[in-house]
Write a protein that binds this ligand. Structure first.
Ligand code: MG
Length: 360
């Protein structure tokens, strides 16, 4: 399904001519015909996807979508979402598939404008759940100021999928003069995080393992493009921004250390973490530094601009708990090390295995 299938012209005529009854979005289920390229597929697209996600671009009705270019260079990022469970405290696969890709474009310093989405649906999946997911995507896209401009739907036989997988691609534009990259961290720079870490991974785990906490831990899934805009507008000498998703803070910082050929010293006491998340990690035997976030970013900036950047982040709702958590040091070994709360020092390494599969 390309843009023309979401156009709906064909489907309208199908419905008008009485070839099809409206989809039973309450009790119906996805069946193989919904991916078959025929009337059933057009109906699913028209009555569900285009209804919630439609816009002037999707309505063009051609094999590809023609879009106005923004100012500056093009930035593109793509991400597949296989999170399990599909619905979790604080979000679902629909909102996550928008936020994850918007954030990857945003942390490049770009303004995300467009999204494409590919859906792989499993035969038998309840249409009511699909409606919830698509509505959630639409809300997330509106909130982030991006439009879905092309899409595709495929259906696989029962037992060969896991409900829904969603791949999204984001397109944004990077203003001239903005250059952020993982290889730009320099000794002396300061390192900031936009807020509490670990919420997303623990929210998923608690749902998966049926764990009850006094207060439910919610995923932090959120679009960060407003925050990144505020950070860029602060005029601080930003060198790197990166969202700390799969692999958590530890993976993100090791990536930067390796790309830039530097070491990083973290201060554990400065890293914001919710007490409930800390306690849950203890219980589950997880290290919060390895846990995925879906609404947090880390930033590296020139030391002289650290205060200015921190103030700009804290002035934004999604950066209210931002903190300086460490600094970049000269280190040929490119080690990430942490001063612990107890005064010791430990290495912060990449995970060697998979601590939390299907977290996003
Ligand atoms: Mg990323």
């Amino acid at each position: 399904m390309n843009a023309p299938d979401m156009n709906g012209t064909a489907a309208k005529s199908v419905v008008k001519q009485g070839y099809a009854r409206p989809l039973d979005l309450r009790h119906g289920r996805v069946d193989m015909s919904h991916g078959g390229g025929g009337r059933a597929m057009v109906q699913l697209i028209t009555e569900l996807f285009a209804k919630h996600l439609g816009n002037e671009y999707l309505a063009q009705g051609n094999d590809g979508t023609c879009l106005p270019a923004g100012q500056g260079r093009l930035v593109v990022s793509t991400d597949s979402h296989v999170v399990s469970p599909l619905f979790f405290p604080g979000g679902d696969i629909g909102s996550l598939s928008v936020h994850g890709t918007v954030n990857d474009v945003a942390v490049m310093g770009a303004t995300p404008l467009y999204l494409t989405a590919g859906f792989i649906l499993e035969e038998g999946f309840p249409l009511a759940d699909l409606v919830r997911i698509v509505e959630s995507m639409a809300t997330a896209a509106r909130g982030a100021g991006v439009q879905l401009v092309a899409g595709d739907t495929k259906v696989v036989e029962q037992g060969k999928g896991d409900g829904v997988y969603i791949t999204t691609t984001g397109v944004g534009f990077l203003p001239d003069g903005v250059h952020l990259s993982g290889d730009l961290a320099r000794p002396g720079d300061v390192l900031l995080v936009s807020g509490r870490i670990g919420d997303h991974g623990v929210a998923i785990m608690s749902k998966r393992e049926n764990l009850d906490f006094d207060a439910p831990i919610l995923s932090d899934s959120a679009a960060l493009n407003g925050l990144t805009r505020a950070m860029l507008d602060s005029g601080a000498g930003l060198r790197v921004m990166r969202d700390a998703t799969r692999g958590g803070l530890a993976a993100t910082l090791n990536e930067i250390a390796h790309q830039s050929g530097v070491g990083i010293h973290l201060d554990e006491a400065a890293i914001p973490i919710a007490p409930a998340v800390d306690a849950a990690c203890e219980l589950l035997g997880l290290d919060p530094l390895n846990i995925a976030n879906e609404g947090k970013l880390i930033a590296v900036c020139a030391a002289a601009d650290g205060d200015r950047l921190l103030a700009a982040m804290r002035a934004h709702p999604l950066g209210a708990e931002a903190a300086v958590i460490g600094r970049v040091v000269e280190d040929g070994n490119r080690f990430v090390q942490m001063q612990t709360r107890f005064g010791g020092r430990r290495m912060v390494d990449w995970l060697s295995g998979e601590q939390l599969p299907r977290i996003c």
